[in-house]
Each structure stands twice: as C-alpha cells, then as structure tokens.
Design a protein around this ligand. Structure first.
Ligand SMILES: Nc1ncnc2c1ncn2[C@@H]1O[C@H](COP(=O)(O)OP(=O)(O)OP(=O)(O)O)[C@@H](O)[C@H]1O
Ligand SMILES: C[C@@](O)(CCO)CC(=O)[O-]
Ligand SMILES: [Mg+2]
Length: 355
C-alpha cells in the first residue's frame, strides 16, 4: 500500500519572530507543496531483515536504517496512534547516534535536523517496522517559505494515515486527494509541531498550523483564527538565495531579548499591534467595508513598519536590504518573510486602479 500526503509552504505577512514571544502574526499558505509517499513493507520483503528508508528525491540522497539498529537505539517502540508525546532528551540523543552512520554530504549537513525529525515521527507513529518514504518538494529548503513545516506536516499526514489513525475510509477514489476532517488535521498538526521542535528548537507553531489548515490565519499564543479574504492581494516572492537557518535566527532574537528585555518587549508589542491591525483590515475588506486600494496602502505601510522592527531584532541581511532598495525605486514595499537572515522577501504588488 502506498500513502501520499502533501502539505503547502507559507508566507508570513507580518509578525515572524515576535510570534515566538507571544505576539500575533498573520500567515497564508502558498501553492508550493512538499509531498511524502510512504510504502510499508513486511520484514524480509526486501530480501533482508527490513529497514526504514528515506529517499530525498530533490537532493538525490537516500538514507536507510536497519530495523534492528532502530530497535537497539530506541528500544521496542510500538508506535502510537494518539496525541504525541514530546521527544525526550534521551530519545533525541539516541536519534543523534543513529545519524552518525549516515553519509550526509558536508554541504548538506543541515539535512540532519530534517532526518532527526523524520526518525522521531516515523518510529513514534509506526514503531520500528520497515518502510520507504519518498519526499519531493516544490519549496526552496531553508528560505523562509516553511519547508520544515511542510516536511513535518506531509510526513505526519502520511504516517498517521498508514497507521490507520486519520483519514481512513473517507477516500473518494484512487487518484483523488482525501480531505481530512478537523480532528484528523488537529492530530496531524500536533505531530508536525513536535517535528518542528526538533528542527527549529523553539517554534511558535504558526508554520505547521498554516501548512496543516491552509488559507490565511492569524496566530497568537497557539490560538488560530481563520481570516476570510475575498479580495486577494498579489505578492511577489524574491529568493535572495542566501542560506540561513531558522533555529539559529530564533535563538539570536531570544538572546537579544534577554540582553535588552524592556526594549525588545516594546518591539514585540509594536509587532503585535501591526498584526492585529493587518488582520482586522483583511477581515473588514472581506466584508467589503473598505476599498481594495486603500486596503493595499495600509497593508504596505504595516509591512514596511514590520520590516523596520525586524531590523531591530537583528534578522535582516544585506541581501534583503538590496531587494528592499531595488523595489523602493519602483515605489513598492517589501519585507522579509519567515526567519530572515537571507531567504525570501515579499513585495506587495498593488492592484492597478481602474480609473
Ligand atoms: N524536503 C525536505 N527534505 C529534508 N529535509 C527538509 C526538507 N524540507 C525541510 N527540511 C529540513 O528543514 C530544514 C530547513 O528548515 P528551516 O526552518 O531552517 O527553514 P524553512 O522552514 O525553509 O524556513 P522558515 O522556517 O523561515 O519558514 C532543513 O535544513 C532540513 O533539515
Ligand atoms: C521565525 C518564525 O517566527 C517563523 C519562521 O517561519 C519562527 C516560528 O514562529 O516558529
Ligand atoms: Mg522552518
């Protein structure tokens, strides 16, 4: 049996980093996806004692762990269908040891975080039974578009479906995507969050939530509000191609916050006001109470203010500043999206006026 699950990446319109410290943020899913395809095998089917294999198609890398090594390192984990238990420090140490035998090219050493999240999700949900997972993605990895969340959400969706915990029975045909119910999505989201914790260290949960539930959301302290938007706004996404790592950037902001608690509390408070204002503009526009052009002017101003505050947090980068200056020449407003430090930049593209 093969199970395939896909999950989208995202953009953060306003509020990244501050959301980790309790402020509101606004994010939207984008139509670039990560897909995980899982085939369960029986011990001996592969001509051996069985292994868990991860095929990262885009990187042309295949990783494999014999089931016997997994059992030796992790014990007789039986797989768990219900709500997740966080990965304990002992489990994390055992998973780190399982990484040692893998040949990860030096230039792609950052993949080890994703591999660790994979091993945790796979063995926690399915136990040490043999299987193969093939992952493909439209998303640039480590560029601010939520590749880690899309990886964890699609993986959790495939694993929980194979375990028979979510999505079973409601399928409408071989070639069609099955839509999960709200409780199923909730469970997928909880598992994906645990995977994100392994990759990000201290994630707010916004990325896995928007990847799981889709659409546009406001997110604050783990609470999600769906934002209905009737008049779409256009965003250009520019990838600076400067690599960065969300875990390090999030840790950097926390360190700055502990050095300057009062000043940074004011920055996070200002970001919260920006996110609240932006989400109410989106909601009001959905009720047609304000014209699209005045809405876009306000969105642009709020994004510009948020970019300034992200600079205060220390997460901009010269490559991001270059995009800001270039788009400003055309009177367009841009801001970084995701963790910053390079990665992608959003530019608001105004709707041409009809008059
Ligand atoms: N398709 C994938 N295959 C394997 N690992 C992946 C994949 N996508 C993401 N990852 C893991 O996630 C890490 C990138 O996550 P990171 O959070 O740093 O960036 P991002 O999620 O793309 O951006 P942001 O968190 O700012 O939205 C990679 O280093 C890798 O470990
Ligand atoms: C930087 C951050 O705010 C968003 C990354 O897309 C981290 C998080 O919320 O987990
Ligand atoms: Mg990420």
């Amino acid at each position: 049996m093969e199970v395939r699950a896909r999950a989208p990446g995202k953009i953060i319109l306003v509020g990244e980093h501050a959301v980790v410290h309790g402020s509101a943020a606004v994010a939207a899913a984008i139509d670039l996806y990560t897909t995980s395809s899982l085939s369960l095998l029986h011990e001996g089917e592969d001509g051996g004692a069985g292994a868990v294999e991860l095929d990262l198609r885009d990187s042309a890398l295949v990783f494999s762990w014999p089931c016997s090594s997994l059992r030796r390192a992790l014990g007789e984990v039986s797989g768990k269908a219900g709500a997740p238990t966080p990965c304990s420090p002992d489990e994390l140490a055992a998973i780190a040891k399982l990484m040692e035998g893998q040949e990860i090219p030096e230039a792609k050493i950052w993949l080890s975080a994703g591999l660790s999240a994979f091993l945790y999700l796979y063995t926690s949900i399915l136990g040490c039974r043999p299987g193969k997972v093939v992952v493909t993605s439209d998303l640039p990895i480590g560029a601010g578009l939520g590749s880690s969340a899309a990886f964890c959400v699609s993986m959790s969706g495939a694993l929980l479906t194979a375990a028979g915990t979510v999505g079973v029975g409601g399928g409408s045909g071989v070639e069609e995507w099955e839509l999960f119910g709200k409780d199923d999505l909730e469970l997928v989201n909880q598992w994906a969050f645990q995977g994100e914790k392994i990759i990000h260290g201290k994630p707010s949960g916004i990325d896995n939530s928007v990847s799981t539930f889709g659409s546009m959301i406001k997110f604050k302290k783990g609470e999600l509000t769906n934002l209905k938007s009737r008049n779409p706004v256009k965003m250009l996404i520019t990838d600076t191609r400067v690599g960065r790592n969300t875990k390090a950037l999030v840790a950097g902001v926390s360190e700055r916050a502990s050095r300057h608690p009062d000043a940074m509390a004011s920055v996070f408070h200002a970001v919260n006001s920006i996110s609240e204002e932006l989400s109410s503009i989106v909601e009001l526009a959905a009720e047609d109470e304000i014209a699209i052009t005045s809405k876009e002017d306000k969105l642009a101003e709020l994004m510009e203010m948020n970019q300034g505050l992200l600079q205060c947090m220390g997460v901009s980068h010269s490559s991001i500043e270059t995009v800001l200056q270039t788009t400003l020449k055309y009177s367009l407003v841009s801001k970084l999206t995701g963790a910053g430090g390079g990665g992608c930049v959003l530019t608001l593209i105004p709707t041409p006026s009809l008059t």
